[in-house]
Design a protein around this ligand. Structure first.
Ligand code: GAL
Length: 397
């Protein structure tokens, strides 16, 4: 509307004039009042060119008297919008990947609980790409989410994304994996050291006692702080026995990006280097255990060498019943995802929910909650994983 364009310019001239020469006669005061209203109209016009620009002088007095009420109305509208967003918070959920079975379940149960609590969730998955995950978080920040929940692919690479969230005053919750050297608000996870202790603790009593046991160790992704905590837990049990020469680690390595194919390569390399005389493979999760067992199968060793895991994936539970995998560590994911949804909603509403512990991430003691984990083998699979409804007995066949 050509009319709107034109109006814009006179406004600027008007303004300049008013500020330079203070006029104090009644006519000037009325003129000033009228000018203020014009700016408002023009301002509205520049916001929405569909709005006609009219001179308030033509407004009947009773309309002019409505201004305080209108102002109040606007204020209430703003307040209720703020109240509405607090009541219906928007959560930004940034995932490393959806490749593994567990993350799909984390996502679905988290969204369901968040929605039950009245929140909306925007999900981004970075496919194990750090640059992309930083970009994902930046885009969630630009969409003005009320809180960020992040599963970092790389605990260090996300430090700068958290800095952007800090600058935007958006609270950050690290989910399952810790973000390092960053001002995060909460760390919600399982007791990851206990996972490692459960894996090694399951294997040790089942190793030969009459000679040094020969084991292989396949750790998780070196970019994942959890992989170090799992190893620490295993070391707590194995360390003294290795020192005493009761256990020999014939080969060990880290499976990049937790990829099963990388674990298979490590297992192939272990058999090539150390031979087939192996007693156990301590693997950090079920996905990589699947890769290692494929390699053992190629050498006719599947079911003859004890293999550990974690996550109680369906395939792993089937392997446990078939006897090619010895155990897994069951983590009741819905407990963690529901906890995270609850805390995210409370934080988005300005709350400071209590934590049960802290963990130092290099920048601060992060308020943390560590959920319990359950070692599972063929003897208690039905009374844990199936009883919880995590898997159906029929699917385990
Ligand atoms: C870890 C997680 C495990 C496992 C792994 C691979 O951080 O705690 O449950 O799934 O990542 O995604």
């Amino acid at each position: 509307m050509p009319g709107v364009q034109q109006v814009e310019h006179p406004v600027r001239q008007h303004h300049a004039a008013t500020f330079l020469e203070p006029a104090r006669t009644p006519r000037h005061r009325r003129a000033e009042r009228e000018e203020f209203w014009v700016v408002e109209c023009h301002a509205l016009a520049s916001l929405d060119p569909r709005l006609p620009v009219v001179n308030p002088a033509s407004f009947p007095r009773r309309v002019m008297n409505l201004r305080p009420a209108l102002f109040l109305l606007a204020l209430t509208a703003l307040a209720s919008a703020a109240f509405a967003s607090r009541e219906k918070p928007v959560i930004g959920l940034s995932l490393d990947t959806l490749k593994e079975e567990r993350w799909q379940r984390d996502r679905d149960t988290f969204i369901a609980e968040a929605q039950r609590l009245g929140a909306t969730v925007i999900v981004q998955s970075a496919n194990s790409d750090d640059t992309r995950q930083v970009r994902d978080v930046e885009s969630l920040i630009s969409r003005k989410v009320d809180v960020l929940v992040i599963v970092p692919h790389n605990g260090s690479a996300m430090t700068r994304a958290v800095k952007s969230a800090n600058d935007a005053k958006i609270p950050v919750i690290a989910y399952d994996r810790l973000i390092l050297n960053a001002q995060i608000d909460y760390y919600l996870t399982f007791d990851n050291v206990k996972v490692g202790e459960a894996q090694a603790g399951y294997i040790v009593p089942r190793l030969p006692k009459d000679r040094p046991a020969r084991i292989v160790r396949i750790y998780g992704a070196p970019t994942d702080n959890n992989a170090k905590l799992f190893k620490q837990g295993q070391d707590n049990i194995l360390g003294p026995l290795i020192k005493a020469g009761k256990i020999q680690v014939v080969h060990e390595d880290w499976a990049l990006d937790w990829k099963p194919e990388n674990a298979k390569k490590i297992m192939n390399a272990a058999v090539t280097k150390a031979g087939r005389n192996l007693d156990a493979v301590i693997v950090s999760n079920d996905g990589t255990a699947g890769g290692a067992i494929q390699a053992l199968q190629e050498d006719g060793l599947a079911g003859k060498v004890l293999v550990t895991g974690q996550d109680a994936d369906l395939a792993a539970c089937q392997r446990i019943l078939r006897g090619t995998q010895a155990m897994t560590v069951y983590k009741p994911l819905t407990k963690l995802s529901h906890l995270a949804a609850r805390i995210a909603v409370e934080v988005a509403k300005g709350g400071k929910p209590a934590a049960t512990s802290t963990l130092h991430n290099g920048a601060k003691d992060v308020p943390s909650i560590f959920e319990a984990v359950i070692p599972v083998d063929k003897d208690n699979l039905l009374s844990t994983v199936v009883a919880d409804g995590f898997h159906k007995a029929a699917d385990l066949k």
